[in-house]
Design a protein around this ligand. Structure first.
Ligand SMILES: [Zn+2]
Length: 342
């Protein structure tokens, strides 16, 4: 069972005069649902309550795409026809749809919408003069690497040096409002990921100081690299709050030690849930069973779970249009019928 209202309410009401009361009230409503749900379960059920992150204030917005352009790593180009089409279609949706139907479109066409955003970005870049790029949210930077990216220009022998240079520049960023340092750490993909999908991860991931900054593309913000405009496409209200690393983890059940505190990683939840169900934990699964939660000897979990097969994953590149031919044709038709295209 997933409750997402606690997330949304903190995104849009953090720091508002009435925010605290409304956020608390949201938790009370969720608690009431939870009470009803728990009442319907057998008494000896083991229950885990967890969140995948915490929440806190946003201090500012960083437009990573624009910052990379300003620092000379990314070259803006003219939107090509495809990019112009995507932008027009997006603008059309934004202008003509009511809030309610925008929500519907958002849900129904989420893949298409993401595709539109990425295709618009991708088509706005001069790839043969771009060393690094970013699609906005999630603090990710990709290197335009020769041999990996379709129009890669960074030679493999220059990859490490470039990552290092960009990281140093990011670590030196200061908040224009306060003069404080903004970046805690810049990770390389190998520091955060392991396994067959690592190659698909962003080359650099920025960890903002205290997680108080929010990254956006800012492709429509001229050349600004910082901003206060906290409007994101996921919400009709501006964002004042964003995620924090620490979440909650609560476990209750007949074999669970009472009032015992553990320090858990989010990756420990799945193996622990398997353990509670008496299932073996697959050997390739990250995280660990939180054995210290349980009274000793009550669970005999089979050991030596199945190996998760290592498969070679084809690397998705972001430069090609993520839309199928069919989707593109339907956008063209749509724009034609609206008089945007001849
Ligand atoms: Zn959220």
């Amino acid at each position: 069972m997933v409750f997402s209202s606690t997330d949304h309410v903190q995104h849009i009401l953090w720091g508002h005069p009435k925010g605290r009361d409304i956020i608390e009230n949201t938790y009370e409503i969720v608690d009431e649902y939870l009470r009803k749900f728990l009442a319907s379960l057998p008494e000896d059920a083991t229950i885990i309550v967890m969140s995948d992150h915490g929440a806190g204030a946003i201090n500012g917005i960083v437009y990573l795409y624009n910052w990379l352009a300003k620092e000379g790593y990314l070259r803006r180009g003219q939107l090509n026809l495809q990019g112009a089409l995507f932008r027009k279609f997006k603008d059309y949706l934004r202008r003509t749809l009511s809030t309610r139907s925008r929500k519907w479109v958002r849900a129904a066409l989420s893949r298409l919408r993401n595709g539109l955003g990425e295709a618009e970005t991708a088509s706005s870049i001069e790839w043969n003069q771009t060393k690094a790029y970013s699609f906005g949210t999630y603090d990710n930077i990709y290197i335009n690497l020769m041999g990996r990216n379709p129009s890669g220009i960074v030679k493999p022998q220059d990859y490490n040096g470039l990552c290092e240079k960009i990281s140093i520049k990011l670590l030196g960023l200061v908040d224009p409002k306060t003069g404080d340092k903004m970046v805690e750490c810049v990770y390389r993909k190998e520091e955060l990921c392991s396994g067959p999908y690592t190659e698909q991860a962003p080359d650099l991931v920025v960890q903002w100081r205290d997680y108080t900054y929010f990254t956006m593309k800012g492709i429509d913000k001229g050349e600004a690299d910082f901003g206060d405009d906290l409007k994101v496409t996921a919400s009709e209200f501006p964002y004042t709050g964003t995620h924090r690393l620490e979440g909650i983890f609560i476990c209750k059940g007949p074999h669970v030690r009472r009032k015992h505190q553990v320090r858990a990683s989010i990756m420990d939840v799945a193996p622990t849930a398997l353990h509670i169900l008496g299932e073996a934990v697959p050997s390739g699964m990250d995280g660990r069973v939180l054995h210290e939660l349980f009274e000793e000897g009550l669970f005999q979990t089979p050991t030596g779970g199945d190996e998760i097969p290592e498969k070679k994953v084809p690397i998705e590149t972001k430069e090609v249009s993520p839309l199928s031919e069919e989707e593109e044709t339907s956008i063209r038709e749509r724009l034609k019928s609206l008089g945007y295209l001849d």
